[in-house]
Design a protein around this ligand. Sequence first.
Ligand code: G3I
Length: 302
Amino acid sequence: ASTLGAAAAQSGRYFGTAIAAGRLGDSAYTTIAGREFNMVTPENEMKIDATEPQQGRFNFSAGDQVYNWAVQHGMRVRGHTLAWYAQQPGWMQSLSGSALRQAMINHINGVMAHYKGKLAYWDVVNEAFADGGSGGRRDSNLQRTGNDWIEVAFRTARAADPDVKLCYNDYNIEDWSAAKTQGVYNMVRDFKSRGVPIDCVGFQSHFNSGDPYKSNFRTTLQSFAALGVDVAITELDVQGASATTYANITNDCLAVSRCVGMTVWGVRDSDSWRSGDTPLLFDGNGNKKAAYNSVLNALNAG
Ligand code: G3I
């Protein structure tokens, strides 16, 4: 196959990208994105600050822009994200306790009702674990509402849309030896044992010199999959875009039957949130980089 999406589809997987509504008027951008990918994650447009800028007043205009573009191009959509410590609107940042807990529930219900039956995946909870060696939860206003906030979010989400796959998504959980990885693993194992509805775990995979790719990523993907969840690479970028590293990551996903797909976090280097870096598969002029060819070849060989 000659595109990333078609190559991934040969093994029943998808290949996605983050899409920014503000770039949909750039034809160089939409030409590449429309050709190469078959899954879309809105980069910012379905986040809490975008969808509920004032409490109880929902705004889906930017989210729908990305959703409609994806559907018009035959792509599926991953919703991102319903409950997160960051990108909260001001009104939510100032809430705490039971008022915040109820606001989180109302937010999940409001956004999921709008997109009910339309999305393939939802990142229900994003980045709830702490960096470093503790393996514990990240402190946040949501965490301070009680340790059960994550399972409440997932139960609320299941009731709101029983057909979409519900995911936990985080970064720096790719290294199997990391305490953060083990913390998330133990949560998922606990959720599965108690029947808390969770269908998938997203490994953001923002690799850089401080947090490099390690070959035990495959063990991590296999170990989570063995708990009975799908796994996916959800926000991939690699500082410097080593072709070898991109091929290794692709092969890790291909080696795990429950690794359902990969998403890169942007189209061209100039679209990346990592300004000053060149972490993606297309350069700023829209040319395919060596990393593009290595990913495509790995997908075609797998
Ligand atoms: O839209 C406003 C614009 O109106 C304003 O003039 C401008 C001035 O700062 O800001 C614009 O918003 C920015 C937004 O991106 C859209 O460009 C925000 O400041 C900026 O903080 C925001 O950054 C996003 C970041 O999440 C925020 O947390 C990045 O685009 C986005 O790529 C990044 O994505 C996250 C994932 O959601 C979760 N995992 C990590 C990943 C990378 O940080």
